[in-house]
Structures are given as structure tokens and as C-alpha cells.
Design a protein around this ligand. Structure first.
Ligand SMILES: Cc1cc2nc3c(=O)[nH]c(=O)nc-3n(C[C@H](O)[C@H](O)[C@H](O)COP(=O)(O)O)c2cc1C
Length: 185
């Protein structure tokens, strides 16, 4: 027997993207977004509500960053998803997160979150809430690499479990991609 849950925005795994932008005074802001993913080699699409401070910011600057939330900063990543920059102007400072300006786009990189995408806004549609960004760079703190590659065991990115409203750390290796399925070929 399977249980039907009806219409739900529910998949596994859901990301925990932290979108970084600058406000009109150059103050960094961030929000948490789970509804998004890669849509081209150099493109990310995220559903961002029109009333968020983030939306006002990236519409003006034409840029944003997307950091991967990590297990080490769960509380901070959750906080930026609960409180709006429309009401709290110094969200990042309040939760102890720091930023540096991206060298490539007009958006902040959160220093505590080791992996980030730097993006230019390609389009935004307020009705569908779809933000499409061109990925101009992906960077990761060298401490979180093994043999020059991003090491999830060090990074400890988290996933949002929308069925239970919890965050889980991304875990064990269970197979080799583009390889394990070959046994059926
Ligand atoms: C786990 C989680 C996932 C979220 N996913 C999204 C999302 O995909 N899209 C969205 O527009 N808001 C999402 N939110 C809500 C925003 O992060 C929240 O409204 C935030 O305060 C907006 O900040 P801003 O107004 O400073 O931009 C999410 C919040 C949480 C906690």
C-alpha cells in the first residue's frame, strides 16, 4: 500500500540554498531557499517570492550568490529563512555571519559558508516567482577540498526535509554515478 499525500512541493533531496544580495545601501542580506536547482550547464533556477527583500535587491543589482548551507551553520541558515531583510536590516550581522564582495558580481559571499555560486540575473518573473541566474563562478574554500575536488564529507552540506521540517546532513557514498548502472546495459 502507498499513501497519497496529494499536491505537495516535496522531493528528496531538497537543497538549502542561501541567496546573498546587497541592499540599496550596500548592506549584505541573505535568505534560505529550498525550491531550486540546476537547469543548464551554467544556469540555476530558484523560486523566490516577489515580496522578499532579496528580490528587490537582485532586481536592482542584477546579481546574487548561492551558498550551500552546511551542518556547521544550521541555526544561522535557518534564521535568514525566518526573518526578512524588509524588517531586519542587519540580518547577517545579527546571526554572526560575515561577507566579502564577489570579485565577479555585485553580491556578497558569506565567508562562513565554504561553497558558493556567483550569479548574474538572467531573468525574474514575479508571477511564477522564477529567478534564473547565470553561474559565472563556483568557489570553495580549499580546506574543504580533497585532491582538488569539493569533498562533501568535509563540507557537510545539508538538505531540507519538507515532510518533517528538518535539516539533514548529506551522507554516505552508496554508489558510483554513470557507472553502477552499467551492469544492466
Ligand atoms: C527551509 C526554508 C526554505 C525556504 N525556501 C524558500 C524558497 O524556496 N523560496 C522563497 O521565496 N522563500 C523561501 N523561504 C522563505 C525565505 O527564506 C524567507 O521568507 C526570508 O525571510 C526572506 O528573506 P528576505 O526578505 O530578507 O529576502 C524558505 C525558508 C526556509 C526556512
Amino acid at each position: 500500500m502507498r499513501k497519497n499525500f496529494g499536491v505537495k512541493p516535496m522531493v528528496y533531496p531538497m537543497p538549502v540554498f542561501i541567496i546573498g544580495t546587497y541592499d540599496e545601501n550596500g548592506v549584505p542580506n541573505a535568505m534560505n531557499a529550498a525550491w531550486g536547482g540546476i537547469t543548464e550547464e551554467d544556469e540555476i533556477t530558484i523560486c523566490v517570492s516577489a515580496d522578499h527583500k532579496t528580490t528587490e535587491n537582485f532586481t536592482r543589482t542584477g546579481a546574487f550568490t548561492v551558498s550551500m548551507a552546511t551542518a556547521d551553520f544550521v541555526k544561522e541558515c535557518d534564521y535568514v529563512g525566518i526573518v526578512s531583510g524588509n524588517k531586519v536590516k542587519d540580518k547577517l550581522e545579527r546571526c554572526g555571519l560575515h561577507t566579502v564582495k564577489s570579485e565577479l558580481v555585485d553580491a556578497p559571499i558569506i565567508t562562513e559558508l565554504p561553497m558558493a555560486l556567483e550569479c548574474r540575473v538572467k531573468s525574474y518573473d514575479a508571477d511564477s516567482c522564477r529567478l534564473v541566474g547565470e553561474i559565472v563562478n563556483v568557489s570553495c574554500d580549499e580546506e574543504y577540498l580533497t585532491d582538488g575536488k569539493i569533498d562533501p564529507a568535509k563540507l557537510r552540506p545539508i538538505t531540507y526535509d519538507s515532510a518533517n521540517h528538518t535539516y539533514r546532513v548529506i551522507g554516505d557514498i552508496v554508489g558510483k554515478a554513470f557507472s553502477d548502472g552499467l551492469i544492466f546495459k
